[in-house]
Design a protein around this ligand. Structure first.
Ligand SMILES: Nc1ncnc2c1ncn2[C@@H]1O[C@H](COP(=O)(O)OP(=O)(O)OP(=O)(O)O)[C@@H](O)[C@H]1O
Length: 278
């Protein structure tokens, strides 16, 4: 079953002079196993939407169901793992083992079952077992983020909701997280991520939700996002769009370096043929 949002609206500081509408009339359906990117400018409502998925915020109007359950129920919270941008804020135990074991123990798993889940989770994010005895605060940014991911995975969630999971990491840290997420999605967990980093995430996204001023202005496949010329675009797709605008017949749906190279080489060979013919 999916996550369903029907006519959801949300305002901060409701019924006060500081009332700020953040989401207006959101309708959205996220299927199990999807890789979804929530895109949009600053203040568009992306983080607010992410916080509604697991009951951190409650809709002012409308309805949210997680596999048919209220998002603030205990079972829905188990099904939706959340990881925020600042992983350090989510970590609070003395060792990485305790950190990852916290969720399963809290949900009533036995010591043996918890241990199995801890090992399964660190394997899913490609961390070595030697990390388990370390203090989480002695880790690099990328390692901390993977421990936060592993902690969420130890509950064997069906959906993983991430808010800017690679912002602030160095290139190696970004690569580690992106690889871990690819593996997690391949195992059948839906990954729903708020991101500005299209260079890193775009190749992984299957579905895109584009937000503007608290509303969803596009939702659909990556291909239709590119066809419709939505913005923001990843750098390569931006370049292809610019080349087309200048009259070069390149494919606007190309967004990887390899595809762009192929398109440009095609142009080169067509140009050479034309020149040889003259
Ligand atoms: N705690 C809060 N109290 C009051 N207003 C808030 C709060 N958090 C967000 N807002 C406002 O709600 C609106 C949506 O914010 P939100 O953080 O969801 O946007 P966003 O798309 O995630 O932006 P960013 O990319 O900057 O994180 C904005 O107008 C923002 O100023």
């Amino acid at each position: 079953m999916p996550i369903i949002l029907e006519n959801v609206s949300f305002s901060y500081s409701r019924k006060t002079p500081l009332e700020t509408p953040a989401l207006r009339n959101i309708n959205l359906r996220i299927e199990k196993g999807e890789f979804v990117g929530i895109l949009g400018e600053k203040g568009a409502g992306k983080s607010t939407l992410a916080k509604l998925f697991n009951g951190l915020l409650k809709p002012e109007t409308g309805k949210i169901l997680v596999d048919g359950l209220d998002p603030s129920s205990k079972e829905a919270k188990r099904r939706i793992g959340m990881v925020f941008q600042q992983a350090a804020d989510q970590l609070f135990c003395k060792t990485v083992y305790q950190e990852i074991a916290f969720g399963p123990l809290n949900f009533g798993c036995s010591k043996k079952e918890t241990e199995e889940r801890v090992y399964e989770a660190i394997e899913a994010v490609s961390l070595d077992q030697t990390i388990l005895t370390r203090d989480p605060f002695s880790l690099s940014g990328g390692e901390m983020q993977r421990v936060a991911l592993a902690s969420a995975l130890a509950l064997r969630p069906d959906y993983l909701v991430l808010d800017e999971p690679i912002t602030g990491l160095d290139p190696a840290g970004k690569k580690e997280i992106l690889e871990a997420l690819k593996k997690i999605k391949e195992r059948g967990t839906a990954v729903i991520t708020v991101t500005h980093n299209l260079k890193g995430f775009f190749p992984l996204l299957e579905t895109i939700v584009l937000m503007k001023e608290g509303k969803i202005v596009f939702q659909g496949s990556r291909e239709s996002y590119l066809e419709k010329g939505c913005i923001p675009l990843p750098p390569i797709a931006s370049m292809m769009k610019e080349l087309r605008a200048r009259g070069l017949p390149v494919n606007p749906a190309a967004f990887t370096v390899e595809d762009a190279l192929e398109e440009i080489l095609k142009l080169k060979s067509a140009f050479e043929k034309e020149n040889n013919g003259n």
